[in-house]
Design a binder for this molecule. Sequence first.
Ligand code: ADP
Ligand code: MG
Length: 295
Amino acid sequence: ATPTALMVGTGRGAQLGILIKGPEVLESTRTVDTIVLDKTGTVTTGRMALLAGHPAPGTDETELLRLAGALEHASEHPIARAIAAGATDRTGPLPTPEDFANVPGLGVQGIVEGHAVLVGRAKLLAEWEIHLPEDLAARKQTAEAAGRTVVAVAWDGEARGILEVADAVKDTSAEAIRRLRALGLTPVLLTGDNTTVAETVAKEVGIDADQVIAEVMPEDKVDVVKRLQAEGRSVAMVGDGVNDAAALAQADLGLAMGTGTDAAIEAGDLTLVTGDLRAAADAIRLSRRTLGTIK
Ligand code: ADP
Ligand code: MG
């Protein structure tokens, strides 16, 4: 390898908004045939908005938003931020929780104004044997089919309502995926979000429905990468979250969104500075070309 060729490659990379950890990371771009994409914050903007709250019969909508918002205010998850902001807009200043804990990949739990509150996936409520009443379960299905993320709320052992949150696909994602396919890579969508939402996003950006891996717990993302590698695939992974760090490190080529968390950036081989997924295709094309000039 001639150092000059690598330097040229990485210098051009910096111009394109791609930071490369070291020239040795480029080698894997020759072989990668699969690119695993995290959904939230990678394919989508991660800037979520609270669209609606649907209280269970007997629950007041303002109370639903206030208690859920108060608990989410203590979390940094993009969904939590959307719910806290939306609840503040609609109901005013939120109470401070007396107790709070993150439940990674599921939601949050804590105490607000003396109530034991749960906010997150229906699975979080199910762990406490709390189930949504039929009308809310039906509403949840409809909202998810429309591509919205549904967050369930319970307190004092009872389901109290659902919240609809939406996150827009980045306008550059579909083009990025076309370019990645043109480089011979199969795109795979990987997310902790539910299958219906994931399939809706996949369809919008041109990922095949059979390449969607949803409802994956944060600690299991790395196992998905390992499984693909065990099938003989050479895997690139793009992610932004703390929950993506182990998978980024495990991948043959880890690409971190520069707009994401420090943990992801540290784990990745490359950083896509502006968080534009098209830079993933640029990085692989540029690297292959750089390697082609060596020898
Ligand atoms: P992703 O893999 O898409 O980046 P996460 O693994 O962070 O998502 O979360 C998986 C799912 O768990 C989310 O889609 C959401 O349904 C739920 N969830 C996680 N944290 C929260 C929270 N603080 N409030 C509500 N729901 C949450
Ligand atoms: Mg993410």
